[in-house]
Design a protein around this ligand. Sequence first.
Ligand code: GAL
Length: 637
Amino acid sequence: MKRTLGVCYYPEHWPEAQWAEDAQRMAELGLTWVRIGEFAWKRMEPREGEYDWGWLDRAIETLGAAGLKVVLGTPTATPPKWVCKKHPDMFAVDEQGHVRGYGSRRHYCFSHQGFLEECRGVVRAIAERYGRNPHVAAWQTDNEYGCHDTVISYSDAARDRFRGWLRGQFPGQGNDGDIDALNAAWGNVFWSMDYDDFDEIGLPNLTVTEPNPAHVHAFRRFASEEVVAFNRAQVEIIRAHSDAPIAHNYMGRVTEFDHFKVGDDLDIASWDSYPLGFLEDRVGADAADQRAYARQGDPDFQAFHHDLYRAVGKGRWWIMEQQPGPVNWAPYNPSPLPGMVRLWTWEAFAHGAEAVCYFRWRQAPFAQEQMHAGLLRPDSVAAEAFGEAAQVRDELADAPDVASAQAPVGIVFDYDADWAWSVQSHGAGLSYFGLVFDWYRACRKLGLSVDILPSSAREFSGYAAVIVPGMMHVPIDLKVALQASDTKSILGPRTAARDADFNIPTPLPPAWAGSDLVVSRVQSMRPDLPVPIEGGGHVHLYLEQVEGGGEVVLHTADAPVAVRLDAQTTYVAGWGDDEAHMRLIEAVAPDLATMHMPEGVRCRDTGTERFWFNYTDQPVQVEGHTLPAAGVLRLRL
Ligand code: GAL
């Protein structure tokens, strides 16, 4: 498959007389894809059941006539006022019980069945009209599920469906669930929380002190499945009318729903990459790194998501929105260092992206995103990113097709574990995403390409090492599969720390067949009290006390940090820093061909090329080449 470029475009924002020239310029820029429509519900269906397709017919025709392919979005992230008036209780409710109302976007509760019917209606109408349109070559469902904290809703609709979902989890006689089974599984004897009926169960907010973690975790699982069901409802309708592939555009570090499960219903995974916005907003970098990378973004955050979405899309993935200049939404919104838009684009291709689409074509002079750059300024003059996109277009001319190779290292990413950590973090700042991302960064600092693996993976052959940090519930068949493979695995901390119902299992974790190692005590620690590891590195934030096990691989002055469970498996009892993680990877899998990367430089191999990326603002030397600041080096393997 060829690597392609695209852009996000809002024909409804511009006079129709401008469309043909826009389309012409897009084609000249070498773009293949134009994503449209995802916020245009009011223009498509101004009043209930009254559709206005004329403008969209002409927009698609104009783009298609210029040789562009359309990605058509379903507009369900922006229900118009008439929908909201018809369903006054369709809004999500936050943890404090406040309604998250009309006036921006994503103002809906995934559980509201009346709203879901409205969505089915508009999606069916769009699919019927454009399902066979030759220019509509792909679809996008909704927009960024979960962005703006919109997965979890404490609405009445969510409560009622949660009760029904729980009945299904604890099946009993007839249609009713087995409430005693739920009480036993959750440990509701504690604090006299036993229920007599599923209809007594509320949502786990507005309690005096913390609610039962099993209750919260069940609610998080339910909330994720509501997103899966919402997406599936759209997919079923589109598929009935169109053979074009269907994507969703996920957002960076949104973990409140299981992207793998949504992805199972789709053909392509895509995500929206805003490296500078993320650095300020969600990477979790310290102040020094935020300064050093202010105009480049974190050197690993984009790559992590590229690898994640390659897995979610089972190999097929895109960037649906690529930051082109300053954005409007982070605490600080600097300009990218010259060259970074090109670097970000090539980095996505290096990780196997089929397409990179820039957000957006032209900066909007009105409404919420006035301060968000586009490829064009509001006056249609080319903005800085336009030239960098043109450079990529020229470079793509002699680039090979998309070719991904299996990486030497796999890291398991489990959404359920992310919810478990957030339900019961046991210490400020302890997050599953943060832990997995730390391991990912350590691999990359060793020059290793990484595959992210879903927790449903059971086949590990071909990997020199598989890392399963913090996966709080590990199903027995995953344990068996890890033990049966000849891949080295690194587990912990907290791996297998809970059973499926959020209880501490006995025998104590990690209950690894053939090993007597047990986690006998857990503690979280102040971030300013790291504990040195003998020989280099630290353990910080979290350290377990372990008993038993085999050879100690790393230890502090008085306690083990990493212990062998068997010949292939090592259990890590704490949260290490980069040096500790790097030492462990090299100790556990000495066959890996590691290279210690210069600061801010990263490397990635595809099946046919080796890429080097310089995230710093200074030139560096790699493999006999000078890589300028924000530089990309592409070598054929
Ligand atoms: C994304 C969103 C776009 C736009 C963009 C601005 O999260 O999908 O619609 O708002 O952010 O950076």
